[in-house]
Design a protein around this ligand. Structure first.
Ligand code: HEM
Length: 145
């Protein structure tokens, strides 16, 4: 389990770095009226891939941590929701990250369907920015450092 948590913890640096780069790249080029080129495609795809890998590692970690037994031990989901730390780890972190990954997936697939540069950057800028805000909001900062 330690190894999975270690990978999830280290991979998060890459996720954050690539998501920040892809988001700012889209925002800057959208507002700067730039042409969409192969590099823009690559960075947005890379953000999609790193986030999906983090999702898989996270799901494995979730089951390995055996949170289902934890829920039982503390006396059910009501108790979990009433405890800030448990609610964060068991509910808010996974759920928010899954929503963020979904937003990136939607943004990526929407940008692919657009044929010109401006709408492509627009889709990426909107969905990746929303995803980045959620990721920043729900990274367990105190556990991470
Ligand atoms: C973009 C997506 C995600 C990012 C950036 C992220 C980031 C992190 C970070 C930085 C930690 C703290 C690791 C440490 O101890 O140093 C963590 C913990 C954890 N994450 Fe994620 N995560 C993501 C998605 C997910 C998903 C989708 C799940 C589950 C379905 C998940 C489940 C967990 C679990 C179970 C822990 C361990 C909490 C504990 O210490 O008990 N994560 N995550």
């Amino acid at each position: 389990m330690e190894i999975v948590q270690f990978i999830h913890s280290k991979w998060a640096y890459l996720v954050l770095l690539v998501l920040v780069l892809a988001t700012f790249n889209a925002l800057i080029k959208f507002f700067g009226d730039k042409e969409f080129d192969a590099k823009d495609f690559r960075i947005s795809l890379f953000a999609l891939i790193t986030m999906h890998i983090q999702l898989l590692i996270g799901i494995v970690l979730f089951f390995m941590k055996d949170y289902f037994s934890v829920i039982e031990q503390v006396g059910g989901m009501g108790e979990v929701m009433g405890n800030k730390a448990l609610r964060n780890l068991i509910v808010e972190h996974p759920l928010t990250m899954i929503i963020a990954i979904t937003l990136v997936t939607i943004g990526y697939s929407k940008h692919k369907k657009k044929l010109t540069s401006k709408p492509k950057f627009k889709m990426l800028a909107i969905f990746y920015t929303l995803a980045l805000v959620l990721v920043l909001a729900k990274i367990p900062w105190s556990l991470w450092f």
